[in-house]
Design a protein around this ligand. Structure first.
Ligand SMILES: O=c1ccn([C@@H]2O[C@H](COP(=O)(O)OP(=O)(O)O[C@H]3O[C@H](CO)[C@@H](O)[C@H](O)[C@H]3O)[C@@H](O)[C@H]2O)c(=O)[nH]1
Ligand SMILES: [Mn+2]
Length: 744
């Protein structure tokens, strides 16, 4: 970079125009005043709870106490979530200034990592679309190196990559010639089905390339369908000799195959342009060696890529996250290459976006509010969360070094011009991807991604920030990376279970932001992290509220002030203000009220199921009963499921224990509402005023769970809730109501 500066000075290029700008979010002052009023209401609620413990009889104190503890928890959690709304900053890069300042040959090289783990859950064809979109960036091909990490160690994926490399020789020139977007062929053809049918030059080329794509796709899919690679291809490419009949996903030596070598002057596309380097990596796996899931895969890639290309920047992508904007790399580099503010930046994170979100987003997959406000809010304090995918890192920051004090020296100059043969490089790289390589090293601790935590990304980002690096969250107008969101409740809940568990594990580990980050990162960042880290424990107060309220209602135990009392005001205000604000926030992201209502449902479901299990698992891990695992998100969508998904009908198939809890809570609230109404109507001792708040709350739970009752009693399709779960839930809910009468 130093010589770059010298060059610029010589050429008289102005260094003083910044490459990116920072803008503060609007209405922050108003928000702070508003938040203070909610805080006051919360304090009043706490005060009321503590001062009125005597209101319920001794035998019923349990109900009061549990609601009180829950409200303390809700209140504290609300406080924790405030920092991210306090100082929202938005960053905008200026691609234009970058191209003025840096000539193409002076731009840094970039290594792109795509991780896949299972050819059944992650169809190779989908993975290839991601790979192709990454190869097709508007960026000098000799500075682009794409690595595919295959934790499935599958010949099928290797075969698919070979096919994709051949197709790329046509796809890349097509993208360049017509500057098409997006550059995932599957998505491109899905969006441009029509335009491929008339007769201009573009349309002819389009038709031709579409035919090639479909051939590639059908070759890959039929190989995947048969479960084996065609004999003739296997004999043609030496790479297949790495596999033998004994090779399995869990047991095989390391495989590194440079499929396209950027140094190869004969390796050009159909227009005669250079191609990016393309490498297949399957790190060694042995049954008795922990492989640390994605973190292990990325760490192996960091080393392998250091041997092959050693680019100073690394872009991490999940296998379903295709690039949706061919200029993204230039945009990100604006942050890193800015002369004044860029030196300390470790990574730039983009939000996760999905291309299969339905209008009212019934599984709450879009994370609008986090993307627009919360993540930008943490960035307001100089740190962004690392979310695992759609993130460009400075290589040094992943190697345990501190800004401007590189403890571990990386050779940043590209290795491309060395004079070893491909085979030599392959062999040298394999040694870096063995099981034993990391023994006795700092990998997984000080170096690379952190091990032992199911959300390796969050923990790693925290560690990097605590070393003094800055990071940027960037949410551009046009989405930079787009993936596939879960399409059934089961898959969605399992994903949230892994996240909540991993996140809470971070809180409980030595990486707890309040301790590990103390004095190193801003309190606002510490709180911002805890916004997410505390998902799992927040399941307890929610469950408590969702169980104790209806039971008390059923037995006529009043737990809230009468409607005629002044004390009801803070409750009403806190409730209406927080939910009202949340609705406005959601609507301002351009979505629907219905979408918000659906989000409240899914949040409720997550809290009483996924987060509960996440909590239990984290606890059992703490006492050594279980180990970290990583359930891969299923990315295959069958037609039956797709139909329900597109019609926004919740697919309840799957884990029965989670569904039983959900159905039981739904039944309990129904019983509560019915029981409570009966009391109010039939027993004169209760005026409406006494039980009204409780009835309203339980009624809300009932309303939000309407799809659950529907799936229990009305639906007959595959996505309904089975009758055995229905029976169980009715029995458990009735028992709970009955048993509670003994303790009240
Ligand atoms: O042993 C493994 C397990 C997973 N993966 C890859 O990791 C990525 C993410 O896995 P996925 O099942 O799609 O999980 P998500 O919940 O969608 O992933 C989010 O959450 C993870 C942490 O829980 C992060 O690692 C991801 O980057 C982030 O997108 C995929 O490309 C997988 O192929 C591996 O390479 N090896
Ligand atoms: Mn994913």
């Amino acid at each position: 970079m130093r010589s770059e500066r010298k060059r610029m000075r010589e050429e008289g290029v102005r260094e003083d125009v910044p490459l990116f700008e920072t803008k503060e979010g609007r209405f922050r002052g108003v928000y702070r005043v508003f938040a203070s009023t909610i805080f006051a209401a919360i304090c009043l609620i706490w005060f009321y709870r503590v001062m009125n413990m005597e209101r319920v009889g001794r035998g019923r104190r349990w109900a009061w106490m549990s609601v009180m503890v829950s409200e303390f928890a809700f209140g504290f959690y609300w406080i924790i979530t405030q920092s991210v709304r306090w100082r929202i900053l938005y960053q905008t890069p200026s691609k234009h200034n970058l191209s003025h300042r840096y000539k193409e040959e002076n731009l840094p090289a970039v290594d792109i990592f795509v991780c896949t783990a299972d050819p059944k859950l992650e169809p190779p064809c989908m993975v290839m679309n991601t790979v192709l979109s990454a190869m097709a960036y508007n960026y000098p091909a000799n500075k682009l190196n794409v690595y595919l990490s295959d934790d499935g160690g599958s010949q099928l994926t290797f075969y698919a990559l070979l096919k994709a490399s051949i197709f790329s020789k046509h796809w890349l020139p097509f993208c360049r010639r017509f500057n098409v977007e997006p550059r995932s062929p599957e998505v491109f053809f899905a969006h441009h089905a029509q335009s491929c049918s008339t007769t201009t030059e573009y349309h002819k080329a389009c038709l031709h390339i579409k035919k090639l794509y479909e051939e590639m796709k059908s070759d890959i899919e039929s190989a995947v369908g048969r479960g084996e690679v065609p004999e003739n291809v296997r004999n043609e490419h030496r790479g297949f000799s790495e596999w033998n009949p004994k090779t399995t996903k869990q047991d095989h030596p390391s495989i590194v195959q440079i499929i396209m070598d950027g140094r190869d002057i004969n390796g050009v596309d159909e227009d005669g342009y250079e191609l990016p380097t393309l490498v297949y990596v399957a790190r060694e796996k042995r049954p008795n060696h922990p492989h640390h899931f994605k973190a292990g895969a990325v760490n192996a890639l960091i080393r392998v890529s250091s041997e092959i290309s050693n680019a100073p920047f690394i872009l991490n992508l999940d296998c379903d996250m295709y690039s949706n904007n061919a200029d993204t790399i230039q945009e990100i580099l604006c942050f890193f290459l800015d002369e004044t503010k860029g030196q300390d930046i470790a990574y730039v994170q983009f939000p996760q976006s999905y291309n299969n979100i339905t209008k009212n987003d019934h599984y709450g997959n879009s994370y609008f509010v986090s993307s627009k406000f919360e993540l930008a809010g943490i960035c307001g304090y100089g740190a962004a969360l690392f979310c695992g995918t759609g993130c460009l890192h400075r290589r040094e920051s992943l190697s345990g070094s501190y800004p401007r004090d590189c403890r571990v020296k990386w050779e940043i100059k590209p290795r491309r011009n060395h004079n070893r043969t491909i085979d030599e490089v392959n062999e040298a790289s394999k040694a870096l991807a063995t099981c034993t390589y990391e023994e006795g090293t700092q990998w997984g601790k000080e170096m690379g991604l952190v091990y032992g935590i199911a959300v390796e990304d969050i923990a790693t980002g925290l560690v990097i920030s605590c070393r003094g690096w800055k990071s940027i969250y960037y949410n551009p107008e046009r989405k930079a990376f787009v993936g596939i969101a879960p399409t059934t409740l089961d898959v969605n809940c399992l994903q949230h279970m892994r996240w909540s568990e991993g996140l809470f594990q971070v809180f409980f580990s030595k990486y707890c932001p309040f301790i590990y980050g103390h004095g190193k990162i801003h309190l606002g960042v510490q709180m911002g992290y805890c916004n997410y880290l505390l998902w799992a424990p927040m399941s307890l107060p929610t469950l408590c509220y969702a169980i104790v309220l209806p039971i008390s209602l059923f037995h006529g135990i009043p737990l809230f002030p009468k409607l005629s009392s002044m004390w009801v005001l803070p409750f009403e205000y806190a409730f209406l203000a927080t939910y009202g604000y949340s609705l406005c926030e959601y609507l301002s992201c351009g979505s629907t009220t219905r979408g918000w209502w659906n989000l409240q449902r899914i949040k409720f479901i997550h809290r009483i199921t996924s987060y509960l299990f996440g909590f239990i698992d984290t606890m059992s891990k703490q006492i050594g009963l279980s180990q970290t695992k990583f359930v891969i998100t299923d990315k295959v969508v069958t037609d039956d499921v797709r139909k329900r998904y597109e019609e926004e009908i919740i697919d309840f198939g799957g884990s029965s224990i989670m569904l039983t809890i959900l159905a039981t809570v739904a039944m309990l609230n129904l019983f509560g509402v019915v029981g409570g109404m009966k009391r109010v109507l039939m027993e004169l001792e209760f005026g409406w005023s006494q039980l009204m708040v409780q009835i309203t709350l339980s009624l809300l739970v009932v309303m939000i769970n309407l799809p659950v009752y529907e799936a229990l009693f009305i639906r007959s399709d595959k996505g309904r809730i089975s009758s055995s779960i229905m029976l169980k839930s009715i029995i458990v809910a009735s028992l709970a109501c009955y048993l509670a009468s003994f303790i009240s």
